[in-house]
Design a protein around this ligand. Sequence first.
Ligand code: CP
Length: 302
Amino acid sequence: MKNKSLVSINDFTKDEYLKILELAADFEKKPTQNILKDHVIATLFFEPSTRTRLSFETAVSRLSGKIVGFSDSSSTSTSKGETLRDSIRIVSNYSDLIVMRHPLEGSARLASEVASVPIVNAGDGANQHPTQTLLDMYSIWKTQGTLDNLNLFLVGDLKYGRTVHSLLMAMSKFNTTFYFIAPDELRMPDEYKLYLDTKGLKYIECKDFNEYIKEADIIYMTRVQQERFTDPIEYERVKNVYILQRSMLEGTRKNMKVLHPLPRVNEIARDVDESPQAYYFQQALNGVYTRQAIITYMLGIK
Ligand code: CP
């Protein structure tokens, strides 16, 4: 599939998701290989990141590939007024694949239209974060043994949370029942509910976290993202609305796992970290194997 970009999670088919998960499992068994030694991967981060950038760079380094790029666009010619369009055309000349994070929705699509190499969207504003979704799916698959017929709780910032938007679209292919736990200000946007309606999938919206918690297979917590709010008073009103406490996990399903794309602020209490249900740190590690799978698949190496 050389030169196809990954901008939206819908750019991959269900079969491709499963192929990526199988490849990730292979890389988890053998993460250090020599298969990218002739490749240069660009990581262009116009917005802060810890996990996404470093796990991509670890993924490439462990496969003997080279990295070029930046984590702070103020040190690039963007600060002199160079357009994204021009920057992408230039970096296409230097690399075999570009991983890009940008604060503007639609920026990854624009980049894919001007690039001569595949673009991997590492997050574009509140829109999509497809590689996070694939590592989330790998984490769900590993912990549940299946992706089919699960009860998936999405909690917190469902309005601006790009990870939940991508995850909803992908998991809708596996007969998931969705539970949306959010305050009124951060409810799941109507377009995503309409998407589920057209597929005949069930979703439940509620504000009380405890009401359905015993039905959860996966609880996917999210941070209320201060950087997406234009009104600081609204952020203050909702920032602490859901805090998962260890006591809330009593009586939940044995298979249930807590996921979080991270970073967290205070939406998961620290004592949850030591519980058998906590899976978010392993989830972040799974990002290395999943991103090895994505890069090698997109370059046509695997
Ligand atoms: N999950 C995630 O995207 O984390 P970073 O913002 O640290 O990359």
